[in-house]
Design a protein around this ligand. Structure first.
Ligand code: GCU
Length: 621
């Protein structure tokens, strides 16, 4: 019976723990704003084999009355005496590789949606003079509670953005234990909501690391090239930085050695620093797909805190400088019109092995995109890992980055809005210095309603308030007015810079209609076809009207590309999709087998006939 926890044993035990908790109230942790450019920091990776316990009924978190228990698995309790009753033991539990999803590492968990507990430990020598220690997660899907040495460090929801806790006061010298409760159950109020066409990979899916920062550190910063006339002899770069504390009068120095830039400024009362530097245009190579030039950028902080202690910090980054804007129906990169030769990508390993989370994974996927002739990728439908974004920047590939406001979100729920806004904030905070990211997308295929319009218009304006240097968009849907007339009519068009829509002529509609299709897009803005495509099982061949054959998909691509070529204002496209990807909505045996087969590459890396069709078309673009 559960209330053994409340036996005289437990009472004696609870008094002890209660005293302990009183003593350690001071030793609390707190969520701190996302640390910018964690990759340039002194870190200790906690990646590796973590023990895990599958906890279907959350026995480790709730008592049998469904009240959160103090004796949860986060205590990592061990029997002290022979008669002690502890009904879990992480150190006897199996292990899996972190980062990584649980679905592809334990076949019993392939379809599993629920709670899994993870445990790892590390040695530390504390305190570290003049420093704080942050515990940083690249992403955890979906709802997680983090504990350090039995104390809760924090609770985070959202499966695709980073978060970190200041755990300095929770650390002890010697062995430290980190326990993470992860729950990926789908809920109507979540973002994404109950249904979505991708696998709900659960777990600690990206890097986990301890990060050492000075007591006062550069929390985040942003560098952007200001727009200018093409003939401008000087170009201006604006730098803004924010300290972890509202300390005024601290010196922040920006250094871009290759551009002979070195300039100082001091922080204001909020701990914000801002400066503008001017660089001769001829000295600056602008970032673009053909020349993805990045410059080493150093930021240093020097000053004194009120108590006279030294304030000092340093971060270094590799940043490209470019401008992106629209002019009528054109997208201008560095002032010149560009056509976005794109493809959509889900964050799955190229070899069918679950969530991708490394530079190598990204490089393989992006190399296929390059082979297609792409200069642009739509990272769908959620922020992908930082390695992927940085590898695309290195390879000269422009990026559309999106938050999972997907299909039928709970528009009226204020917590759902806060959640979406938080994911947007974190997506921008992590990648705001990536030159290759040109579009922030705030939604995909959302049903029209006043509540939806309110939700999305607020998000769009909020995105612009965070970053007015990039384009805002979302993947809309067209209304088929009559057999062959398609009209894009969306109240959100006034809030976006690029009108993008998904269309599935040839798959969810008859391919033979393609040549007769008329597209009415009554907006003087660039148009992106953010999705089109159809399924094919690699190696399955037959007539072009035989669904699921490569010939059917090949023909669908040919017809669609001819059709969209006639769309006035077409500035780009990102066909659905680069690679077959897992989806619980795709259950057709021997064809889908829980894969969405709309890839132009199969889940084993085989290129389908449509790959060539798109490749040929991009050669002309
Ligand atoms: C939708 C949606 C995708 C989905 C695709 C499909 O447009 O945005 O997430 O996978 O259609 O049906 O294959």
């Amino acid at each position: 019976m559960h209330n053994f926890h409340f036996s005289p044993f437990t009472f004696h035990f609870s008094l002890f723990t209660f005293m302990l908790s009183l003593m350690t109230i001071a030793a609390s942790a707190q969520e701190v704003p996302q640390l910018g450019n964690v990759m340039s920091r002194e870190t200790m990776l906690l990646n590796g084999k973590w023990h895990y316990i599958v906890d279907v009924q959350e026995e480790g978190y709730y008592d049998y009355r469904m009240n959160p228990t103090r004796w949860g698995f986060f205590c990592n309790a061990k029997p002290q005496r022979p008669e002690d009753l502890i009904e879990y033991d992480f150190d006897k539990a199996p292990t899996m590789q972190i980062p990584g999803d649980w679905n592809t590492q334990d076949e019993k968990l392939f379809f599993y949606e629920g709670t899994v507990w993870f445990k790892t430990s590390f040695q530390a020598q504390v305190p570290i003079e003049g420093c704080r220690t942050l515990l940083y997660f690249g992403a955890v899907n979906y709802d997680c509670h983090v504990y350090v040495n039995g104390k809760e460090a924090g609770h985070h929801i959202g499966g695709f953005t980073p978060f970190n806790y200041d755990v300095t006061d929770l650390l002890r010298s010697g062995e430290n234990v980190v326990i993470v409760k992860v729950d990926n159950k789908r809920k109507a109020e979540n973002v994404p909501t109950l249904i979505f066409d991708w696998w709900n990979y659960g777990g600690i899916t990206r890097d986990v690391m301890l990060v050492k920062v000075p007591n006062t550190y550069i929390e985040n910063y942003k560098l952007q090239l200001e727009k200018a006339d093409a003939k401008a002899r000087q170009r201006e770069i604006t730098m803004t930085a924010h300290l972890s504390k509202p300390l005024a009068g601290q010196k922040v120095t920006l250094c871009i050695p290759e551009l002979k830039v070195e300039k100082e400024c001091v922080t204001d009362n909020e701990g914000n620093a801002r400066l503008v530097v001017s660089v001769p245009s001829k000295r600056l190579t602008l970032w673009c797909p053909e020349t993805p030039r990045r410059y080493r950028v150093d930021l240093s902080l020097d000053g004194k805190a009120a108590d006279g202690s030294v304030v000092s910090d340093f971060v270094s980054d590799s940043i490209g400088f470019r401008t992106i804007e629209t002019k009528g129906k054109q997208i201008l990169l560095n002032g010149k019109p560009i056509f976005l030769r794109g493809i959509s990508i889900h964050e799955e390993k190229p070899n069918g092995g679950g969530r991708a989370n490394s530079t190598e994974d990204a490089h393989t996927l992006l190399s296929w995109a390059k082979e297609l002739g792409c200069n642009f990728v739509r990272l769908a439908h959620y922020p992908h890992n930082e390695y992927a974004v940085r590898e695309a920047e290195r390879m000269g590939i422009l990026v559309w980055s999106e938050i999972p406001v997907y299909w039928t979100i709970a528009w009226k729920n204020p917590d759902t809005y806060k959640n979406a806004q938080r994911q947007l904030t974190d997506m921008i905070a992590r990648d705001q210095n990536r030159a290759n990211i040109i579009i922030w997308s705030i939604a995909n295929e959302t049903p029209h309603s006043p509540e939806r319009d309110q939700f999305l218009s607020s998000l769009a304006q909020y995105a612009r308030s965070l970053d007015n240097t990039r384009l805002i968009s979302m993947a809309m849907e067209v209304l088929s007015a009559s057999n062959y007339k398609n009209r894009l009519q969306d109240n959100m068009s006034q809030y976006v810079d690029v009108v993008s829509f998904n269309q599935y002529i040839g798959w969810y509609r008859d391919v033979n209609d393609a040549p007769k299709m008329v597209w009415e897009i009554p907006y003087d803005k660039p148009v992106i076809i953010s999705e089109f495509g159809g399924g094919a099982k690699a190696g399955y061949h037959g007539a072009k009207n035989q669904r699921w054959t490569e010939e059917f998909q090949e023909n669908l691509y040919r017809e669609n590309l001819n059709m969209i070529d006639k769309i006035e204002g077409l500035a780009g496209t990102s066909p659905w999709i680069l690679k077959d990807f897992r989806s619980p909505r795709r259950v057709l045996n021997d064809i889908q087998d829980y894969y969405n087969r709309k890839g132009v590459v199969s889940d084993n890396g085989e290129k389908k006939l449509a790959f060539k069709v798109l490749q040929e078309w991009y050669k002309k673009k």
